[in-house]
Design a protein around this ligand. Structure first.
Ligand code: ADP
Ligand code: MG
Length: 705
């Protein structure tokens, strides 16, 4: 993603670099996607080793971290292990003592390339086995083979390589040689991409120095400066793109200003408000109101934990639309959820004489026609539905506000199709209960405003979370029975089994049968992905009415249903769920029906990460806190689910670890975008030149021609 400079040398085919040639060029492309000089320049070391300090074998006891040693092999031979496999064993000495070396993999290759008596620098972790010191799969530099000091005696870079590349001489050592060659040829042509003032303000070294030092640092201080500079640059241009896009959007998308707060809003607020809004709800409403009053499209993401009261915030925004003569649309990811919204909103809307309609798949033709007519004529104030709302047959009389619940389930394109049903565009609001860490939200939604409802309505009792192993199952069941005998209800959730709907279904059905037997005379219901929506709805209703006391399900209850009397959430094989999913599930209880519990049953195979996740669930009930932990555990890519996240690939920078730099880069980028949205001032020439390339390369709309 980092274009190096505009100078053409960087676009030169890597084949032409000294010591490369066509064969290696092909291998470099295949293994590392290195095609040009520029690509090679940005092929950064995967680690650095301080070889300026060489240890002595006699001084080691096996407790130290990795060490460098210089010496030679006195023995190298193939040994059969007890299980009949081969391993390669060697003895290494530096004159002060002896060390056993062992290889289990790549034996043939090592055997071919190492000779007894040859001078080597080795690096790795020493362990003590019985009386002897031992190192497995050491990293090796053959000193006698090269006279250059680049490979040892200083901070040495290590590059990712593979066997094929190694055979062509492109192991870490080979890469070092190429990098030195590249920098020697082209160092003077590394163009600066930032301006001097910004660099000074931010305490950044030049780009040329940074790129030299990231490959061949003279010391760790210099390496750190190099990384800081490159991280800043990566974040800066990404944020600049977001900033400029946002400016662009501001200018482009007109929307109707909702200038007045009128009778519907006032009437509801004064006569029908069932509770006092929380501070967070008030604050977010204020933010929304300010946006809606503008003649430009609102683009606001409302993040709020399960139960934080997003529905009321949505409804009050709808009242503002109504007071200004506009219709609203609310889109939910499933029919169950849409229906639930419809019921809730209808109850509130009726109080102030507003009309609602529901549009979901599977409605009778006659009903559907009526709904469509009602929306088209403007009789409907609030149209609620699934993505059925997007279809071309749906026409609004005067659509002014679109609200989407659960943003992850809808693509940007789908949302944009809803917008196109109005001219000018409607205001746009997205509600999500999946908390995205603040820092990530800030980065991801640089072109969207984010509001956070970070407070739960008062009087909620915290949910108590327990983690249990199989051995405690009878106790857990006993506990559930007592709760049910006291009039409560319970959910029991089974995880997806290896992404297979069939197995998933089987596990739930088996569980259902077990529970039915165990909990007699109480009744157990089941919902799963294979059921028809109508049947699901019937089962859910039975649970809502307390005709069943236990509801077994696969993850379908993840979003939506609200049964205050349910106070237990039992999750089987809880380690198979992601943190945010667990948190969502837990949010199904503790909805006003008294003290609630979440029981996480841990399976037999519990990984370290699984343990951390379950522990986090036990210790925290804060969705944002949990999402931060989740992000740390999984990394941004997995967390957001693939490349669709809209994030570029950061080479040096890390969204989790480098938040301080991210913040600085973001502030600087947004400042600049504000001050000089065309990047036309002469002192911005370097930034502008690079930005144009960057925006093109990242396939996003660049607002600078
Ligand atoms: P979510 O953010 O998960 O969509 P809801 O909007 O469904 O949450 O609200 C959860 C519950 O809390 C609902 O029963 C709602 O009526 C109630 N609620 C919302 N706001 C408040 C408040 N300020 N005070 C008391 N109860 C509230
Ligand atoms: Mg909700």
């Amino acid at each position: 993603m980092q274009a190096a400079s505009t100078h053409s040398i960087w676009q030169k085919d890597i084949m032409y670099l000294k010591k490369v040639g066509p064969k290696r060029a092909e291998a470099l492309w295949e293994a590392c996607r290195i095609k040009t000089y520029e690509d090679l320049l940005h092929y950064y070391p995967r680690k650095y080793v301080d070889r300026s300090r060489v240890a002595k074998i006699t001084e080691l006891d096996g407790s130290e971290p990795s060490v460098s040693l210089v010496g030679k092999l006195t023995r190298l031979e193939l040994v059969k292990t007890k299980r009949g496999k081969n391993r390669l064993a060697g003895t290494f000495t530096d004159g002060s003592g002896f060390l056993e070396l062992t290889w289990f993999q790549g034996i043939k290759w090592i055997q071919q390339s190492l000779k007894v008596g040859e001078e080597l620098a080795i690096f790795g972790k020493v362990n003590r086995y019985g009386g002897s010191l031992q190192m497995t799969h050491p990293e090796i530099d053959r000193l006698s083979q090269n006279s250059e000091t680049r490979h040892t005696g200083q901070i040495v870079p290590f590059y990712a390589s593979n066997e094929k590349l190694s055979r062509l001489g492109l192991d870490s050592r080979g890469f070092r040689t190429l990098m030195a060659q590249l920098l020697q040829e082209a160092r003077n042509m590394i163009a600066e991409t930032l301006n001097p003032q910004l660099m000074q303000e931010q305490g950044l070294v030049s780009r040329a120095l940074a790129l030299q030092a990231i490959h061949f640092p003279q010391n760790f201080g210099q390496l750190r400066q190099a990384k800081d500079r490159l991280k800043f640059e990566e974040f800066f241009f990404f944020e600049l793109m977001l900033a400029l896009r946002r400016m662009h959007a501001r200018v482009q998308n007109q929307a109707p200003p909702f200038g007045q707060i009128g009778e519907h809003f006032h009437q509801f607020f004064e006569e029908h408000m069932p509770f006092e809004l929380t501070g967070a709800q008030k604050r977010v409403l204020k933010e929304i109101r300010k946006d809606l009053a503008q003649p430009v499209q609102m683009n606001r993401l409302i993040q709020g934990d399960v139960g934080s009261g997003k529905t009321m915030v949505a409804f009050m925004s709808m009242l503002m639309a109504k007071d200004n003569g506009y219709q609203c649309a609310l889109m939910a990811p499933t029919a169950i959820l849409a229906t639930q919204h419809y019921k809730k909103l209808t109850r509130m809307a009726e109080k102030v004489g507003m009309t609602t309609t529901l549009l979901v798949g599977g409605q009778k033709k006659k009903e559907r026609t009526q709904v469509l007519e009602s929306i088209a004529s403007g009789e409907t104030d609030i149209a609620i539905g699934t993505h059925a709302l997007i279809e071309d047959t749906v026409q609004f009389e005067k659509l002014g506000l679109v609200i989407v619940d659960e943003q992850h389930k809808f693509g940007v394109k789908q949302r944009a199709r809803l917008w196109s049903k109005a001219n000018p565009f409607p205001h746009n609001m997205v509600m999500t209960a999946t908390p995205i860490p603040r820092t990530l939200a800030m980065t991801l939604y640089g072109d969207v405003d984010v509001s956070v409802i970070d407070e739960l309505p008062p009087g909620r009792q915290p949910i108590q979370t327990m983690v249990h192993r199989e051995s405690k199952r009878l106790e857990v069941f006993g506990f559930i029975r007592r709760e049910i005998e006291a009039g409560r209800q319970a959910y029991v959730v089974y995880p997806l089994v290896e992404e297979s709907e069939k197995l998933d279904y089987l596990a739930a059905v088996k569980g259902f049968e077990l529970l039915e037997r165990h909990f007699q005379p109480f009744r157990v219901g089941i919902v799963h992905g294979k059921m028809k929506p109508d049947d699901k709805e019937i089962e859910m209703q039975r649970f809502v009415k307390n005709e069943t006391q236990i509801l077994v399900s696969t993850t379908v209850i993840e979003v939506g249903v609200d049964v205050p009397n349910a106070t237990i959430m039992l999750i089987e094989n809880a380690e198979r769920f992601g943190l945010s999913q667990l948190h969502q599930l837990r949010g199904r209880v503790g909805r006003g029906g008294g003290k609630s519990y979440c029981v996480l049953m841990a399976g037999k195979k519990l990984s370290e990460e699984g343990k951390i996740r379950l522990k986090a669930m036990k210790e925290s009930t804060d969705g944002f806190n949990l999402s931060e932990i989740d992000l740390k555990l999984r990394g941004p890519g997995d967390f957001l689910g693939t490349r669709q996240s809209g994030l570029p690939e950061f080479r040096v920078a890390n969204l989790v670890d480098d938040q301080e730099i991210l913040k600085r880069a973001r502030d600087a980028a947004f400042d600049l975008a504000e001050k000089d949205p065309d990047l036309s001032a002469p002192e911005q020439a370097a930034i502008r030149r690079f930005y144009v390339q960057y925006a093109r390369k990242n396939g996003k709309l660049g607002t600078v021609a």
